[in-house]
Ligand binder design. Structure first.
Ligand code: FPP
Length: 286
C-alpha cells in the first residue's frame, strides 16, 4: 500500500484491498488513530527514500500539558508518552530511518518534585523490562547515554541488561538520553582528553574534531540530521549540543503524547524541503 498525505487528507494510491476504494480521499479527522497508523505503515509516496534523515533526535516535550488538558495527573502524560515513543520507533523501522535518539531525562530534570522523578525512574525501569523481548524480536538495538552511574542501581542493571541483550541488533539504533546534559558531556570529554595529554599519551596538536567525538557518549552514532521538538518551545535545552551543529531543527505545537505518524510525516516533509548547505553556498547550475 502507498499513501500520500497532505494536512487534511490521505489519498490511497495503489492496491489497498479493503472497502476503501482507489482514489478516495479520507479526511484525517474522520478516521480513528488505529486506521491512521495503518494507512501510514509504508513510507508515504511523496517522501524521497534517498533523502530521509539517517538519524532523528527528539525532544519529547508536552507530557504534562497533555495530561492537564485531559484532566489527568502529569504521570499519565508520561505513560501516554511511552506509547507515542513505541509507535515512533516502529515508524522509523517501517520507513527505513536507521537511528532514533530521544531525550528522556535531562540533568536538569532532577529539579522536578521527587514524586515525579521517582515515577520517571520507575517508568524507565518497568518499560525496559516489559519491552525488552519485543526490542529483541524487532531487532532494535537500545543504548542509553548520559551520566548513568548516578541513576538508581536497579535501573542501571536493567539498562546494562537491555543494552547487552540487543547489542547485535541492527534494524534500528535506538538511543535514550537519560540523566543527559550536553554541557556535562562536553566537559567529561575535555577531562578525559586532558588526562591523556597530561599522561603524555597524546599531544595537544592531536586534538581535533574526530578525536574529540571519540570521547562523547554518542561516539558510535552519526550526528543527527533532524532534531524535532514537540509542544512548541523554540530551544535546545542542553540536548546533544556538539552533535546537532548542522542538524535541521523542526518544532511542532503538537504535544508529545499526540505526536503520531502523520505528525512525523509532516516533520519529514519539512526536512526534505530544506537546503542543507553546511555553511557553504549552493553551487551554480551550468
Ligand atoms: C517532557 O514533558 C517529558 C519528560 C521529561 C519525560 C519523557 C519520558 C518519556 C516519554 C518516557 C520514555 C520512556 C523510556 C523507557 C525511554 P514535560 O513533563 O516537560 O511536559 P510539560 O512541559 O508539558 O510539563
Amino acid at each position: 500500500m502507498r499513501a500520500t498525505l497532505n494536512e487534511t487528507s490521505i489519498v490511497i494510491s495503489s492496491n489497498f484491498t479493503t472497502d476503501v476504494q482507489l482514489g478516495w480521499k479520507i479526511h484525517l479527522a474522520s478516521i480513528d488513530m488505529t486506521a491512521k497508523q495503518l494507512l501510514l505503515r509504508d513510507l508515504p509516496a511523496d517522501l524521497d527514500r534517498e533523502l530521509l534523515p539517517k538519524h532523528v533526535a527528539v525532544i519529547m516535550d508536552g507530557n504534562g500539558r497533555w495530561a492537564k488538558q485531559h484532566g489527568l495527573p502529569r504521570m499519565m502524560g508520561h505513560r501516554r508518552g511511552v506509547d507515542t515513543l513505541k509507535e515512533l520507533m516502529r515508524c522509523c523501522k517501517d520507513w527505513g530511518i536507521p537511528a532514533l535518539t530521544v531525550y528522556a531525562f535531562s540533568t536538569e530534570n532532577w529539579g522536578r518534585p521527587a514524586e515525579e522523578v521517582d515515577f520517571l525512574m520507575m517508568l524507565f525501569e518497568k518499560v525496559l523490562r516489559r519491552e525488552l523481548q519485543e526490542l529483541i524480536e524487532e531487532s532494535v538495538r537500545i543504548r542509553f547515554v548520559g551520566n548513568l552511574p548516578a541513576l538508581p542501581d536497579s535501573l542501571q542493571s536493567e539498562i546494562a541488561h537491555a543494552s547487552d541483550a540487543t547489542r547485535h541488533n541492527h534494524a534500528l539504533n535506538f538511543t535514550v538520553a537519560t540523566n543527559y546534559g550536553g554541557r556535562q558531556e562536553i566537559l567529561q570529554a575535555c577531562r578525559s582528553i586532558a588526562a591523556r595529554v597530561k599522561s603524555g599519551d597524546i599531544s595537544i596538536d592531536e586534538i581535533d574534531e574526530r578525536l574529540f567525538e571519540q570521547y562523547l557518549y554518542t561516539r558510535e552514532l552519526c550526528d543527527p540530521d533532524l532534531i524535532i521538538r514537540t509542544s512548541g518551545e523554540m530551544r535546545i535545552s542542553n540536548f546533544l549540543l556538539w552533535q546537532i551543529a548542522y542538524a535541521e531543527l523542526y518544532v511542532t505545537e503538537t504535544l508529545w503524547p499526540e505526536f503520531d505518524r502523520s505528525a512525523f510525516y509532516q516533520a519529514l516533509v519539512s526536512y526534505q524541503k530544506r537546503d542543507r548547505r553546511y555553511g557553504k553556498i549552493q553551487p551554480k547550475k551550468s
